[in-house]
Design a protein around this ligand. Structure first.
Ligand SMILES: Cc1cc2nc3c(=O)[nH]c(=O)nc-3n(C[C@H](O)[C@H](O)[C@H](O)COP(=O)(O)OP(=O)(O)OC[C@H]3O[C@@H](n4cnc5c(N)ncnc54)[C@H](O)[C@@H]3O)c2cc1C
Length: 379
C-alpha cells in the first residue's frame, strides 16, 4: 500500500475535500485522513443546508462566492445532484454593515437592491421590521444543500484518485526531515501536510508549535415547517435588536422547512462530546424572534440540531503556510458556501504562492489577539 504522497490532508470537511480535489486536479498525489468520517454529525460540515450569498462587505469574498456558485453548478452538472436552491436573500439591521455590503457587491458588478418596507414585504410577505424599515435584496443567494454538496465533493475526490482514510484519527504530525502523519493505523509521508481539521485544528497545530487564536463553538439551527416559504428569500439580520435578541439568519430548505439560527452568542465546545443535544432555551429565544419578525407565520419546529464551528478574532479564515504545514481552518461560521472555491486558495499556498493577506496567520487582526466562542459572525 502506498504511504508517500505529495500532500496529506488532515480532515475531510468542506475545506479538506476542496483542497484535495483541487490538488489532485493539479496533478498532485493526495491522501486525506478523517477522524470521524467526512460529514459526520460531530463535524462542522454536516446537516442538510447552509446559507449562500455573494453579498459580503469585502470584495474578495464577493468574488469568491460568485466563483463558488459557478463551481457548485459545475459539480451539479458533473454528479447529477441538486446542490443549490437559490431564492435570493433579504438583509437588514446595522446600517454601516448594509452600506459596506452594497458598496462591495456593486463594486464587483453584482446585483443588489436597496428597498423600503413595501419592497421587502413584497419579497417576503411574512417579514416585519422595526424602524427604520429598510434593507437589501440580493438575488445571488439562498441555500446550499450541504449533505448533497459534501457527497458530491467526496465522490469527485475519490473518482479523481484521492485516497481517503476514514474513520481514522491522526495522532501526531512529525516534522524535521520528512514530514510524517501518524494515524491510529499507519504512517504517511508527505511533502506538505494540510491541517483542515475544523474545530480540532488548534490542538494539532499547537503540538507542532503553531499557535493560532481559534475558538471552537457549538451553534444551533432550528428548522420550522414552512412549505409556503420554500421559494422565498433567505434572511440575514446584522446585529441584534433592542430586546437583546441576537442577529438571525435563515433560508428555505426544500423538503424540511425554513432554517433559522442566531449568528452570535454560541457556547464553548466540548471536543470529545459524543453528541450535542438541542438547547431548548435557545430554541425558545429563537421562536421569540420568529414571533416578532414573522408574527403571522405558523411556527412548528421540525428539527433542532447543534454543530461546531471555529471563530477567529476577525472572522476571516486562516489559509497560510508554516514550513511543510499548510493551515486551512478558522471557518468563523461562514465557510461552507465557498465549497469548491476554497480549493484553489489552499492549493496555491501548497504550491508555494504567498498567502492572501486576508487569510495570513500573522495579519494584525489575528496576531496576539484573543477570541471567544460567543463572538458574532462578522462576515
Ligand atoms: C450550525 C452551523 C451553521 C452554519 N451555517 C453556515 C452558513 O449558513 N453558511 C456558510 O457558508 N457556512 C455556515 N457554517 C459554517 C460551515 O459549516 C463551516 O465553516 C465549515 O463546514 C467548516 O468546515 P471545515 O472543513 O473547516 O471543518 P469540519 O467540517 O469540521 O472538518 C474537519 C474534519 O477534520 C476531521 N478531524 C478532526 N480531527 C482530526 C484528526 N485528529 N485526525 C483526522 N481527522 C480529524 C473531522 O473528522 C472533520 O471531518 C455553519 C456552521 C455551523 C456549525
Amino acid at each position: 500500500m502506498r504511504n508517500s504522497f505529495d500532500v496529506v490532508v488532515i480532515g475531510a470537511g468542506v475545506f479538506g475535500l476542496a483542497a484535495a480535489l483541487e490538488l489532485r486536479r493539479r496533478g498532485r498525489s493526495v491522501a486525506v485522513v478523517d477522524r470521524f468520517g467526512s460529514g459526520h454529525p460531530l463535524t462542522s460540515s454536516t446537516g442538510r443546508s447552509r446559507g449562500i450569498r455573494i453579498a459580503y462587505d469585502h470584495p474578495f469574498y464577493v468574488d469568491l462566492a460568485s466563483d463558488a456558485i459557478r463551481r457548485w453548478r459545475g459539480l451539479e452538472a458533473a454528479t447529477g445532484r441538486k446542490i443549490l436552491h437559490l431564492t435570493g436573500q433579504i438583509d437588514f439591521g446595522l446600517p454601516e454593515k448594509l452600506a459596506g455590503i452594497v458598496s462591495a457587491v456593486r463594486g464587483a458588478g453584482g446585483a443588489i437592491e436597496e428597498l423600503g418596507a413595501a419592497g421587502l414585504y413584497a419579497r417576503l410577505p411574512y417579514l416585519r421590521l422595526d424602524e427604520p424599515k429598510v434593507g437589501l435584496f440580493h438575488p445571488d443567494a439562498g441555500t446550499v444543500l450541504s449533505d448533497e454538496a459534501m457527497a458530491a465533493m467526496k465522490a469527485g475526490a475519490l473518482a479523481s484518485g484521492v485516497l481517503l482514510y476514514e474513520p481514522e484519527r491522526v495522532v501526531a504530525v512529525e516534522t524535521g526531515g520528512a514530514t510524517r502523519v501518524v494515524t491510529e493505523k499507519r504512517t504517511l509521508e508527505a511533502e506538505t501536510v494540510v491541517v483542515a481539521a475544523g474545530p480540532w485544528s488548534g490542538p494539532l497545530l499547537r503540538d507542532l508549535g503553531i499557535e493560532v487564536p481559534l475558538a471552537p463553538a457549538v451553534a444551533q439551527v432550528t428548522f420550522i415547517a414552512a412549505p409556503a416559504l420554500v421559494d422565498l428569500p433567505g434572511i440575514g439580520e446584522w446585529g441584534g435588536d433592542e430586546d437583546g435578541l441576537g442577529g438571525v439568519y435563515g433560508h428555505p430548505v426544500p423538503g424540511i422547512g425554513y432554517k433559522l439560527a442566531f449568528s452570535s452568542g454560541q457556547q464553548g465546545w466540548e471536543p470529545e462530546a459524543a453528541e450535542w443535544k438541542p438547547d431548548l432555551q435557545e430554541q425558545t429565544r429563537l421562536l421569540g424572534w420568529v414571533d416578532r419578525r414573522m408574527p403571522d407565520f405558523p411556527r412548528t419546529v421540525q428539527l433542532t440540531q447543534r454543530h461546531p464551528w471555529t471563530m477567529t478574532p476577525d472572522g476571516d479564515f486562516v489559509v497560510d503556510r508554516v514550513g511543510s504545514i499548510v493551515l486551512a481552518c478558522g471557518c468563523s461560521g461562514h465557510a461552507f458556501k465557498f465549497g469548491p472555491a476554497l480549493g484553489p486558495l489552499v492549493a496555491d499556498v501548497v504550491e508555494g504562492q504567498p498567502a492572501n493577506a486576508l487569510f495570513r496567520l500573522d495579519r494584525p487582526s489575528v496576531r496576539n489577539r484573543t477570541v471567544t466562542a460567543s463572538d458574532p459572525i462578522l462576515r
